[in-house]
Design a protein around this ligand. Structure first.
Ligand code: NAD
Length: 494
């Protein structure tokens, strides 16, 4: 393990991947750079895994599922995951520095990406231990006489987990730990921009837990074709994926030949309906903060604000004040809440979408470019656009930047129609003084999740996922655990 730490705190993570219990480099020795987005410096490197490495990892996971007791030994799995929880907790500060180095996530707001997923490992261990894997459904009449039926919940097999860069450590844990606890074996393929959040997890599993060789593998690579190889491999029974809708479609198509079970958490373009009786002083500062806090790189961010025409100017003024005062800067500095975009390409995409919005008639209220005091690093100004056409590209495409678009509406029905004018259906928000009215509107928004008056829908104990082109299936809650199990019905004499 190489520890390269500068005064600013940048940390180089584990360079090797974990395949069949061994931390190794790819055969050719090829490496790729990891760039710290706040300074644009190369922070270090990771091994550049290949399709051959992926095939080796899938072979190891297949063998570990078919030939070891992992899938049948619940007590051992519980022991391993409690060990994993303790090991991750010991490595917490190192994982945090890797997160800040790779993503540029501000230290100040890193808790939900480090502490929360580590706690979730323990949650899944306990949930899996308490789960009822054999349910007797009683006696059922059949034409050949009564039959007793039992449902046996069994692991699916080899699970391929593919993750994005925006919340890398959190999603590496969220996609793999319930799968492991349910008795599956796993191959994790982290995103190119964030290999260390995955490789470091692999190192911890290899060096600090009893998880057997082949049960958990991590293949890091700079090539999309390595993820594609995982999603097409006939030895893989299920793909769990978080990322863009375009990649989700490709994964679904790749798995069709072998009818792979596929769990997809995809893009979002969520709307926040602010009703005319809402507490603007509470709802709108919070809305602006949510847009900036991860540099807007969040799938569930309600980036489309719908304001009642009767209170439009008042709402814009509150949003503008909050965005202009937002603490943007070096993610290592305590108190900073918005860091850079993750890469130059991502910032270009964000700025291009802002300009497309202005070209389509939107009014720039604040921001729109690069902060003058931050010429180095991929920073973007918190940006507010008003009078945004609900059909414009900027209302329809995911921005993934610190940008809020504001559209006025006249009636509740119109607000609901604008909110639902999207191919996405991940999340949404309603703010209002009358809870019954706000709740009724929440039920009409066609998404998997809705927050009312800032009370978050998101948490480990509640199902989370998308409708429409935002995904298939659910993470979290008991529904999320069952995704990694098959229900086998066994009929037997009564
Ligand atoms: P992405 O789709 O470009 O990449 C995600 C992963 O897929 C990476 O590991 C990448 O290497 C891999 N990949 C790329 N092409 C592939 C292919 N053909 N086959 C298999 N794997 C392939 O997404 P991103 O840019 O890393 O992440 C941002 C996206 O993730 C946004 O759209 C965001 O909304 C979404 N996201 C969704 C959620 C959610 O819970 N719904 C959470 C976080 C992020």
């Amino acid at each position: 393990m190489t520890d390269v730490q500068t005064e600013s705190g940048v940390l180089a993570g584990e360079q090797r991947m974990l395949i069949d219990g061994e931390l190794r480099y790819t055969d050719s020795g090829a490496m790729f750079d990891v760039v710290h987005p706040a300074s644009e410096e190369v922070a270090g490197q990771a091994t550049d895994g290949t399709v051959a490495d992926m095939e080796r990892a899938v072979g190891a996971a297949r063998r570990a599922f078919d030939e070891t007791d992992w899938s049948r030994d619940l007590d051992f799995r519980y022991h391993c995951l409690i060990q994993l929880h303790e090991a991750l907790d010991r490595n917490k500060e190192r994982l945090r520095r890797i997160l800040v180095t790779e993503v540029g996530c501000p230290v100040t707001v890193s808790g939900s990406q480090i502490e929360s997923p580590i706690e979730e490992v323990e949650h899944w261990a306990e949930h899996g231990k308490a789960f009822d894997y054999l349910v007797d459904t009683g006696i059922h009449p059949t034409q050949l006489g009564p039959a007793r039926r039992k449902i046996h919940y069994e692991p699916i097999g080899v699970v391929g987990a593919i993750t994005p860069w925006n919340v890398p450590f959190y999603l590496n844990i969220a996609e793999t730990v319930p799968a492991l606890m349910a008795g599956n074996t796993v191959v994790l393929k982290p995103a190119q921009l964030t290999p260390w959040s995955g490789s470091e997890y692999g190192r911890i599993v290899a060096e600090e837990t009893d998880i057997p060789a082949g049960v958990f593998n991590v293949v890091v690579s700079n090539a999309n074709e390595v993820g594609a190889a995982l999603s097409a491999d006939p030895r893989v029974d299920m793909i769990t994926f978080t990322g863009s809708t375009a990649t989700g479609r490709a994964i679904l198509a790749a798995g069709a030949a072998t009818v792979k079970k596929t769990l997809l958490e995809l893009g979002g373009k969520s709307a926040h309906i602010v009703l005319d009786d809402a507490d603007f002083d509470s709802a709108l500062p919070m809305a602006a903060m949510m847009a900036c806090v991860m540099s807007g790189q969040s799938c569930i961010l309600p980036s489309r604000i719908l304001l009642p025409r009767s209170r439009y100017d008042e709402g814009l003024e509150i949003l503008k004040t909050m965005m202009e005062g937002f603490p943007v800067g070096d993610p290592w500095t305590p108190g900073v809440m918005q860091g850079p975009q993750i890469s130059a390409a991502q910032r270009e995409k964000v700025l291009g979408l802002i300009n497309s919005g202005i070209d389509s008639g939107a009014r720039l209220i604040t921001g729109g470019g690069v902060p003058e005091n931050l010429p180095t690093g991929y920073y973007t100004q918190p940006t507010l656009l008003a009078d945004v056409d609900p059909d414009a590209r900027i209302s329809q495409e995911e921005i993934f930047g610190p940008v809020l678009t504001v559209t006025p509406y006249d009636t509740d029905d119109e607000a609901v129609a604008i909110a639902n004018n999207s191919i996405y259906g991940l999340s949404g928000e309603v703010s209002g003084g009358d809870l019954d009215r706000a709740f009724a509107i929440a039920t009409r928004i066609r998404t998997g999740n809705v927050t009312i008056n800032g009370k978050s829908h998101f948490g480990i104990t509640s199902p989370f996922g998308g409708t429409k082109q935002s995904g298939l299936g659910r993470r979290n809650g008991d529904e999320g655990y069952r995704e990694y199990l098959e229900a086998k019905t066994i009929g037997m004499p009564a």
